[in-house]
Design a protein. Structure first.
Length: 418
């Protein structure tokens, strides 16, 4: 079966299934069904925080009233033009008589680029003036100055955050339907963490619960790990897109990400923001100076130098860029950290093998490592059968043998032993 987002799978199909913002959803349905071409205000503007049912209300109302929903992407000027051409014309009028009625949804209106592209806003206003179908606009922040002219044509409908006990009960219902046994405390944890955003809560639930039979508080750890990672992305964005040195340094130094790790993140990703060799060189020069300070701190415990580390690795790097930062790149996890932990895992594996060999052969693990291991490794690779016997003799777990020899041979040995 294909994977489906639970937030979509369990999206409300009827207005009565909208929780918490029911009144607002009912207003949407009422507006659509009573709409007349000469009416004022011309449109509804639904507003409020993310994941509280704005888009879902329009979908549910259209479905229930059996309207076709025409969705317009507000930040795509072409899509807006397309609608403007058809929205007030006779051909669309005929659909009123002939076919099903239509409702037009312009979602994420605040995404319209305001100043550079006045066309977007004025195009929208034109749609509102001429439309022969009900139009519903959605925005997170309707008070954005660029929406002033749009607001004049709209009745504002406010959507509120969903209370966390309501979120909990919805999560519980989803678990029931998915056959997941959920610890109520875990559901409360997810609900509270979502801060009123029901979609976020459902997504989090799916992440920890999908394919499992039960979930407990313990399973929520994966969410906090992910939060930390999201946190890093936000900090990186604040650093790379900031223009004010002081704010950039603040973003770096007030984060709860370990500063050495943050420096690795910056080091891994700075190049993506630099367009010219000169910018790139300056950025990595700043990083290398931050690293020098870090070395002095480690060696001499001169913690007072830490502020230089922060300044150089954040503002020093970011302001090396003289051109615009470009689009938001896909930030990479620091490869150095990955490499170090892979190398560490391998060292640990080899260390444990050496100590086991040492015990059996009455030598130190160091001696086992330098004088015995190379031969044992050779035997295993030359003759997996004999190697398997040695692995058994030394009581080495077949899994860790992989750290010693090639994957294929390790698989052979594992097969022989099983
Ligand atoms: N009030 C609600 N009642 C029932 N389900 C909801 C409600 N709010 C959100 N949901 C669930 O969350 C999903 C996302 O909600 P929706 O798309 O309506 O968010 P939104 O308010 O439009 O947010 P955004 O501002 O991010 O677009 C829905 O598909 C549904 O599963
Ligand atoms: Mg939406």
């Amino acid at each position: 079966m294909s994977r489906m987002l639970w937030a979509e799978k369990y999206a409300p199909r009827k207005v009565s299934e909208i929780v918490e913002n029911r009144k607002a959803a009912e207003r949407v349905a009422e507006f659509i069904s009573n709409w007349r071409p000469d009416q004022k205000p011309r449109a509804l503007l639904l507003w409020g925080p993310a994941g509280v049912g704005k888009t879902a209300s329009v979908y549910a109302a259209a479905k229930e009233l059996e309207y076709d929903l025409v969705e317009v992407n507000a930040s795509d000027k072409r899509s807006l033009d397309e609608i403007r051409k058809t929205v007030g014309t006779a051909s669309s009028l005929s659909s009123l008589i002939m076919g099903r009625k239509r409702v037009i949804l312009v979602d994420e209106v605040d995404g319209i680029s305001g100043s550079e592209d006045k066309g977007g806003i004025s195009g929208l206003v034109e749609i509102l003036k001429n439309t022969v179908h009900p139009v519903i606009l959605v925005a997170n922040d309707p008070w954005d100055p660029k929406l002033a002219s749009v607001r004049e044509y709209c009745e504002l409908v406010r959507f509120n955050r969903i209370r966390s006990n309501v979120i909990s009960s919805i999560l519980a219902r989803i678990c029931e339907r998915e056959g997941v046994q959920a610890d109520p405390a875990a559901l409360r944890g997810i609900a509270e963490n979502a801060r009123g955003d029901l979609r976020a809560a459902i997504n989090d639930l799916q992440m920890v619960a999908e394919g499992r039979e039960r979930i407990t508080m313990d399973d929520l750890r994966i969410l906090s790990l992910r939060d930390q990672e999201r946190n890093v992305f936000d900090i990186l964005k604040a650093i790379f897109y900031g223009k004010d040195a002081q704010k950039i340094v603040m973003a770096a130094s007030s984060s709860d990400v370990d500063y050495e790790l943050l420096m690795q993140w910056i080091c891994e990703n700075a190049w993506q923001h630099m367009q010219y060799p000169k910018e790139l060189a300056d950025a990595y020069n700043a990083l290398s100076r931050a690293d020098v300070f870090l070395g002095r701190i480690r060696k001499r415990q001169h913690w007072g130098l830490l502020s230089y580390v922060f300044t150089l690795m954040s503002a020093g790097v970011s302001l090396s860029r003289k051109t615009s930062g470009g689009g938001v790149p896909k930030y990479q996890f620091p490869s150095w950290v990955k490499m170090m932990s892979a190398a560490k895992a391998r060292r640990n594996a080899i260390g444990s093998i050496a100590s086991k060999i040492g015990k059996k052969c009455h030598v130190s693990s160091r001696e086992a490592f330098t004088s015995y291991l190379p031969y044992i490794k050779f035997i295993i690779e030359a003759n997996p059968e004999a190697g398997a016997n040695l692995v058994k003799l030394f009581d080495i777990e077949p899994e860790v043998v992989g750290g010693l020899i090639s994957k294929e041979v390790a698989e052979k040995v594992k097969k022989i032993l099983s």
